[in-house]
Design a protein around this ligand. Sequence first.
Ligand code: NAD
Ligand code: ZN
Length: 355
Amino acid sequence: FKGFAMKKLNETGWVEKEVPECGPLDAIIKPTCVSPCTSDIHTVWEGAIGDRKDMILGHEAVGEVVEVGKLVQNFKPGDKVIVPAITPDWDDEAAQRGFPSQTMEPLGGWKFSNFKDGVFGERFHVNLADANLAHMPDGLSDEGACMLVDMWSTGMMGSENADIPLGGSVLVIGIGAVGLSAIAGAKLLGAGRLFAAGTRPISVKVAKKYGATDIINYKEGPIDEQVMELTDGAGVDSVVIAGGNLENTWKEAISSAKAGGTVSNVNYLSGADNVLIPRVEWGCGMSNINIKNGLCPGGRVRMERLADLALCGRQDPELLVTHKFEGLDKIEDALYLMKEKPKDLIKPVVMLDLD
Ligand code: NAD
Ligand code: ZN
């Protein structure tokens, strides 16, 4: 079958592959909707996880089951499914300790477009189908469901990790699809005042719809200075980092947090070897400002819960979709659009009608 791949660092192209073998607990899926992630861009053009050869890209998909292993109980060929971006080894000890996204090795739950072929092909393989697939509910569109598997799951985790007190103040730095999902999550988790730092007009519009109360333009001065001005020097309880750079963002995040606050990172760090934590702003390491981070949660229950948030009208995942392509060949255009990040883009999706 055909798939769109990272051929090597800085090079993409189409490849031909054999349909992978379906183990007894596994499934083979035919995607019906896929979306490129900013992480695919870090992977190919920044070498953030190292070199990969002819690895099919993509980890955001909704699809149809074409084959299941003989021990799979809850899915059968023809079922419509939501496929989490992260597909952990649920029997691994890291999962038992409560960190399924880090099974086998750090980031080990992230298999598609990292350790194995991703979803940008006519077929892809899912390990442990009963735990790593969710049935597609009635009332959810393919493109809406495709926004849950990584964007909502990651962004909302960013806010869950940020320990937002009921009515507490929150700052979200970077309002691409992940930061916007963090805003959606922060509102649902009880944020009071909710600052969104970003500039893309389309993102600002969705940020307000998802619950942002104040917009900060980071191009008009350091974010922390603007936060301090807007809060009369108080700062915020929780910060989510979902964009930015290694030079300024960590300083801005830590300097915006109150003593006892939490800085929660979901940004995929690349471009330098070290993260600079500002010593004085961090209270010489004694400010009780906590730093947390995490990889997108996967698994069936997570997807079912996120789907319920959409189905019950708490938030609308389709607000993230700004561009819609049709046909396998268009995956290439969608990925390059994600790389260029035009001003009117949040997320593109590619709708597929495969045999
Ligand atoms: P994005 O590029 O669409 O959004 C990031 C935003 O940050 C952009 O709008 C950009 O203009 C803005 N920005 C740039 N410089 C800034 C600055 N100095 N201050 C504030 N904002 C600034 O990306 P996205 O798709 O929303 O993804 C965000 C990050 O999350 C990426 O690094 C992505 O790889 C990562 N990610 C992580 C996980 C995870 O599991 N932790 C999962 C998915 C994506
Ligand atoms: Zn991703």
